[in-house]
Design a binder for this molecule. Structure first.
Ligand code: IPM
Ligand code: MN
Length: 353
């Protein structure tokens, strides 16, 4: 008998619920087509709940989520709530407490999708960023002294342990090997200025690579140069591994080269635990409830979720159907300009399956 997957659904804020709905529509279609079973449980974490109850995450949240096979997240961030409260209190807290130490962000241009990169097409833009997801500047170590005075000091430290760096690199090497495209892993750092943190990364990178992954070619780029080459020569990249802050920044750049936030998906992965998948764009509050937001990023995130659960065929079916929709139907990936509504795009992908 096949397994029944337990999937937690966190629609979240803004347009999150609208794109999640389309993701679940596609999940329903692909489960029937591939013959696997699942059950979903919805959690209402987000800005509205916080405004009503004052509670950001209930005590039981992490324990409840740990019992699931995977988490499907819409978006976190509410215009009436001060920036940082929900992001730190929900999204980052879940990444940390579930120890989702990898943020996996494919940068792949699908046929029919416009890229702002001149003369580049789907064969040029197809790489994956492995972003470390629980350490670095996101650790939250720091503080103020003399706040509000002329002498005010603010500190926020980039903290990495050898253990955090090693497990991230190990995942990245392993992923590069499995992907088996160019067998090239590029480390993105800043060894000319961050001479402690990225020195540790570089040493661990070469030690692990030399010892356990001799067939994987190792490259190093400073983060500023990485941005330049992601624009000028994206075809150079196969897999890029980097720390948390740089990964956050370069994946927005990567996302715009693959057609923008309407299509960019990511996974917060704990290879030994429960992983959480999300469209990487925000909650886009100005489009809330209008049925105009692009659900493809959420649908692609769902594809990544199924791939991680081992439902490879389902993930491939979703990707194929998305490619058909981007290649033959949508006029644009931008909200309101697709030529279809949010729910119609979901229907198209589901029908394609
Ligand atoms: C992302 C987002 C988050 C991050 C924010 C919302 C905390 O930008 O997932 O990339 O910085 O990681
Ligand atoms: Mn980001």
């Amino acid at each position: 008998m096949s397994k029944k997957y337990k999937i937690a659904v966190l629609p979240g804020d803004g347009t999150g619920p609208e794109v999640v709905r389309e993701g679940l529509k596609v999940l329903n279609a692909v489960a029937r087509s591939c013959g696997f079973k699942y059950e979903t449980e919805e959690f209402d974490f987000g800005g509205e709940r916080y405004k009503k109850t004052g509670e950001i995450l209930p005590e039981s949240a992490v324990g409840d989520l740990k019992k699931k096979d995977a988490i499907f997240l819409g978006a976190i961030g509410h215009p009436d709530v001060k920036p940082g409260i929900l992001e730190k209190g929900i999204l980052l807290r879940l990444r940390f407490e579930l120890d989702q130490y990898i943020n996996l962000r494919p940068v792949k241009l699908y046929p029919g999708v416009d890229t702002p990169l001149k003369d580049k097409g789907p064969k040029d833009i197809d790489y994956v960023v492995v972003r470390e997801n629980t350490g670095g500047l996101y650790t939250g170590i720091g503080g103020f002294t003399m706040k509000g005075t002329e002498q005010e000091v603010a500190v926020q430290s980039m903290v990495y342990t050898r253990h955090q760096v090693e497990r991230c690199l190990q995942y990245a090497f392993e992923y590069t090997r499995k992907r088996n495209k160019n067998n090239t892993l590029a480390l993105c750092g800043k060894t000319n200025v961050l001479t402690y943190v990225y020195d540790l990364w570089v040493r661990a990178f070469h030690e692990i690579g030399k010892k356990d992954y001799p067939e994987i070619k190792r490259e190093y780029y400073h983060v500023d140069a990485t941005c330049m080459w992601m624009v000028k020569n994206p075809e150079w990249f196969d897999v890029i591994v980097t720390g948390n802050m740089f990964g956050d920044i370069i994946t927005d750049l990567g996302a715009i080269t693959q057609g923008g936030m309407g299509i960019a998906a990511g996974g917060n992965i704990n290879p030994e635990g429960v992983s959480m998948f999300e469209p990487i764009g925000g909650s886009a509050p100005k489009y809330t409830g209008k049925n105009v937001i692009n659900p493809l990023a959420a649908i692609c995130a769902l594809g990544m979720l199924l791939d991680t659960l081992g439902e490879k065929e389902a993930a491939q079916k979703i990707e194929k159907s998305v490619i058909k929709v981007t290649g033959t139907k949508l006029k644009s990936l931008s909200a309101g300009k697709m030529g279809y509504s949010t729910s119609e795009v979901g229907d198209l992908v589901a029908e394609g399956i």
